[in-house]
Design a protein around this ligand. Structure first.
Ligand SMILES: Cc1cc2nc3c(=O)[nH]c(=O)nc-3n(C[C@H](O)[C@H](O)[C@H](O)COP(=O)(O)O)c2cc1C
Length: 393
């Protein structure tokens, strides 16, 4: 069931462009003050490192800005707005991660919790960063960015030999009590291999619910914060990429023309719920789903981004949106995996987050609303082939 505020915010994002433009000079700046602890970078990785050193490497490979810059970062973000903040709890002490200086900032007045072992990372959203650029169309982008951050952390955990358990459907009340921030939506538990799921629960005192804000996106996030009555821990099952893949990932610029080797496409789809639209038709990890070239329609749905129409492959995550928060996080995670897979194979890729009225199920003759495009990516060969000179392998 989608609640009213979420339905409205989704409709605003999927509806026609409302004419909103960001006010120049008013972009929110993420300031992080307080005593800072510098972190190690992920150089000469060793599985024998102690947990605290692994945490530095993990954050370096997942969320850090390229040293000396505020962007780009290891993780992609819609509009390069980076609305996801990471709060790190280790040894009973809470810190906020500063991705630009690669430091942990001690957070005063935070409860000295939680967890007997391991490290807890809580991800919170600062919606104003995304809303500055996209206005009332921001809700899906915020949640997809959250999914990419989860994927980036899980992929980095595998590189530094840490086990990573994720809870994406917890009540934000206890998580926000830990971080001091509203919209604290995801918890990741990091521990030495074979530690198993965390033994503790993210329960505890719930602060009073936040009053309705009157802002569409904030109201939707408040409603999505109530979470599931029985939150669960899960693992992503991401393949293990090399540290170079995580460090070097970047969004390629258009065009994405040409064709992919079928072995590459198979590898990007394997073990994922993604669909791929190519000139030949639509397929998933199991095989063909429909014939015909869907890419021009996909380009029209994707706010008219023309390079979608002639990309070698358009990867799609489609789902019903009954579980709005979880489906967006899963979509961000699945597309992040595909971006890293493309990087590992020397392919060029870029996430595509704006999908308008893209009801893929209805287009394929199924019941409307059962298979809406939530997220996607364009993928092309290492060198784009000029349109009209495609080669087929
Ligand atoms: C959720 C999400 C949605 C995105 N949507 C688009 C899009 O619709 N069109 C586009 O050209 N790039 C899109 N991008 C790519 C971002 O513009 C890119 O990640 C950002 O500029 C940072 O650059 P980098 O990925 O090279 O680090 C999206 C990225 C994310 C994570």
């Amino acid at each position: 069931m989608i609640s009213p505020a979420v339905r409205l915010a989704d409709a605003a994002a999927r509806g026609p462009y409302d004419g909103y433009l960001p006010a120049p000079g008013s972009q929110p700046i993420a300031r992080v003050d307080g005593p800072a602890t510098p972190l190690r970078r992920a150089e000469r990785l060793s599985p024998a490192w102690p947990l605290d050193r692994k945490v530095g490497a993990l954050l370096d490979l997942s969320l850090a800005a390229v040293p000396g810059w505020t962007r780009p970062r290891r993780v992609p973000s819609a509009g390069a707005l980076y609305p996801v903040d990471a709060h790190v709890f280790a040894g009973g002490i809470g810190h906020l991660y500063d991705p630009i200086r690669h430091r942990l900032i001690r957070q005063p007045d935070r409860p000295d919790r939680p967890g007997p072992d391991g490290v807890l990372v809580v991800l919170s959203l600062a919606p104003e960063r995304t809303r500055w650029k996209y206005g009332s169309r921001s809700l899906p982008s915020l949640l997809l960015d959250l999914g990419h951050a989860v994927g980036a952390l899980a992929a980095a955990a595998a590189v530094v030999d840490l086990e990573c358990w994720i809870q994406g459907d917890a009540d934000t009340g206890p998580l926000s009590a830990l971080t001091g921030r509203p919209h604290s939506l995801v918890a990741l538990h990091l521990a030495e291999p074979a530690a198993g799921p965390p033994a503790w629960e993210l329960g505890g005192d719930r602060p009073r619910p936040i009053a309705e804000s009157g802002d569409l996106v904030t109201d939707a996030l408040i409603e999505l914060g109530s979470g599931s009555p029985e939150p669960t821990w899960f693992r992503t099952g991401l393949p293990r990429f090399t540290d170079d893949v995580l460090r070097d990932r970047r969004s390629a610029d258009p065009p994405f023309t040409g064709s992919l080797r079928s072995a590459d496409l198979d590898a990007l789809l394997a073990g994922t719920p993604l669909l791929a639209a190519t000139a030949e038709g639509l397929r998933d990890a199991q095989g063909p789903v429909a014939s015909g070239d869907a890419r021009p329609v996909l380009a029209a749905w994707a706010a008219g981004q023309g390079f979608v129409a002639d990309a070698a492959a358009v990867l799609l995550y489609a789902a019903p949106l009954d579980d709005y928060r979880q489906e967006h996080v899963r979509a961000g995670l699945a597309v992040h995996r595909a971006l890293l897979g493309a990087q590992a194979r020397g392919l060029r890729a870029r996430a595509i987050g704006s999908w308008g009225q893209a009801d893929l199920g209805a287009a394929l003759g199924r019941r409307p609303g059962t298979s809406l495009v939530v997220h996607g990516a364009v993928v092309g060969p290492a060198t784009a082939t000029p349109t009209g000179e495609d080669t087929y392998a």
